[in-house]
Design a protein around this ligand. Sequence first.
Ligand code: ZN
Length: 58
Amino acid sequence: MENRECLKCGSTEEGTDYMPIKNSKMSMSGGNKIYTFCLECGEVDSIRIENTEIFRKK
Ligand SMILES: [Zn+2]
């Protein structure tokens, strides 16, 4: 993963946080919402969804 500079404070120290997600309450399959954020000021650099296939309509 490349280190990007924070737009707010210029820090290159990044942290990540994962939040489990599902496409519906009944669904057994899930993925993660991945937050990449600045460790210095907390600015969120990106939010990414893992396993986007599960959100496709079948
Ligand atoms: Zn920052």
